[in-house]
Design a binder for this molecule. Sequence first.
Ligand code: BF8
Ligand code: SF4
Length: 649
Amino acid sequence: MSEMEFEKFSVDPAARQMLVQAKKIGYLTSFDRAKAQEPKCKFGNTGICCRICMQGPCRIIPQKLGANKGICGAQDYTIVARNTVRLIAGGAAAHSDHGRHIATTVLHVAEGHAKDYKITDEAKLMKVAERIGIETAGKSANEVAKGVATEALKDFGRQENTPCTWTKTTITEGRKQKFYDTAIMPSSINGSIAELLHQTHVGNDSDPVNIIFGGLKAALSDYDGMQLATDLSDVLFGTPVPVISEANLGVLDPEMVNICVHGHNPLLSQIIVSVAREMQEEAKAVGSKGIKLSGICCTGNEVLGREGIAIATNFATQELAIMTGLVDAIVVDVQCIMPSLRSLSECFHTKVVTTMPISKIPGSYHVEFDEEHAVESARTIIRLAIETFKSRDPNKVNRPDLKNKVIAGFSLEAILDIFGSVNAEHPVSVLTDAIKTGEIKGVALFCGCNNLKGVHNQNHLGLAKKLAANDVFMISTGCAGQAYAMDGLLTHEAVEAYAGLGLKKFLQRIGEKANLKTELPLIFHMGSCVDNSRASNLLTLMAQELGVDTPAVPFVASAPEPMSEKAVAIGSWNVAMGIPVHIGVIAPVTGSDLVHGVLTKIAKDVFGGYFIMETDYEKAAKKLLAALDERAWKFRVRSEAIAKYATNE
Ligand code: BF8
Ligand code: SF4
């Protein structure tokens, strides 16, 4: 059995090596289970299975009289729209609940509790406070933090019909007006999600367009939760600056106690990083060379950006980390954690440690994370890993010796610092000017997950390489960024290998001026999925610099392998922001031509943004490049007209 036989599962050589091993030994992985789920139910796959009430499931069969509607009379378009927006509600709930957890912690710190945390980035705190209108003069950091956290928590439950603070203070005037005009400006995160669940209850809204607008309002509350999560995480743990690290399963160290942090919330992973530094001697006392931390999924991105912690792998291949036989503990918090980790860990010495009250796995160790005693919680977990190291079975160790260098930590502030070395007054103009001159074509944000409907990491890598060759400046978040990290695309060598002449020149030009300890990578990795906020803030700045609204900016987004409800929420608010959004799977909406048409065409007329559903990355690249070209061309025509007639109207 050779690695090449697994090409249809993953483009990552480390993953393929592990899959060969899995097959030999007979372990079932998500790749086997994905196959076992085929063929997919066509009703579910196209979005026309309704389970909203207990009379269902109702499945729409267009040609069969009586079955062409649900029992209540709901048509295909109502059912597809309801199913779609309920995904957004789930995503918005997850992201914003993460944000609420961070905001509550900042409040507790400000009030003198949660002693294991502190305000790390005072400058960011003050900047956020000023942006949202909180007085800072003469106030201590804790007083300002209390005001900011209180304001953030108001965004969750405001009863008045005034807009959410983090949304209204981070978007263009044009978007603000658009969101008022279309009645999708959220005033409360929790309220928008609850309203959407109400709107889609049996016998309630059956107008698909109205349902989609309700979905977009919840998507904007996802945006709001994400913005405040990023801001307050930076306040608590520091705003990322470029760091050098490494990625892929080869980061797991045979001579060390390996702890993988997995999930999303930095409240625990960040403390584990600092406590592990103090517990190196304890780990050495059991015969190891110390503690090696690595990350999976977005909590990994959080500690990569802030602490330079290595990335072990991304979503689809999380089980493979355990199969190396080297992971002593895998510590999980919330979201994107496969329940299968626990059963797989039974074949190894690995301890799966759950930590959050809303995310438990039967049979795993549960060490409840207590923010009031965060260091103690982290110490207990690390001690468990050290103890477990003693029972590691050398005969079961099988680690691919593959890893790549990574340059990450590109917060918006870090990017502006880099551009600021070329133009200190207007850093973002360095980017927009390069678009104006045609040196680069525009900006592409790569985000989202892995989806086992396709080949692991194939779309991520294929699409990025195509866009690089066509001079697109690229930023990334989430598992997309991890795919690039694993493959070596977050390096300067990748610039040499894949960038077109214009992009190469652009990166060289700013790289030479920037006062960094490292060269610039091909793709600027901005962080976790909640850090799509950073990408959106860049878009807003670009629009302001160009003097246009966001739909006119040569900026596209792609989730080449989207999977989660959160990805649906992110994609939807990006569309509302006016961005062409590619998704590399066909969303379950094709059961209604009307809904499909609204998402892929009509949305453009209303918001400027729209979805592009394309599973083939080569075709997707062409479509994204065409969208960038169209915008850049329109911008040039507009600029020439303004120059000719000397008017800005
Ligand atoms: O929040 S990209 S698989 S890990 S959902 Fe999950 Fe998707 Fe990965 Fe991060 Ni985002
Ligand atoms: Fe069927 Fe209507 Fe109930 Fe949906 S809401 S399951 S279509 S009866």
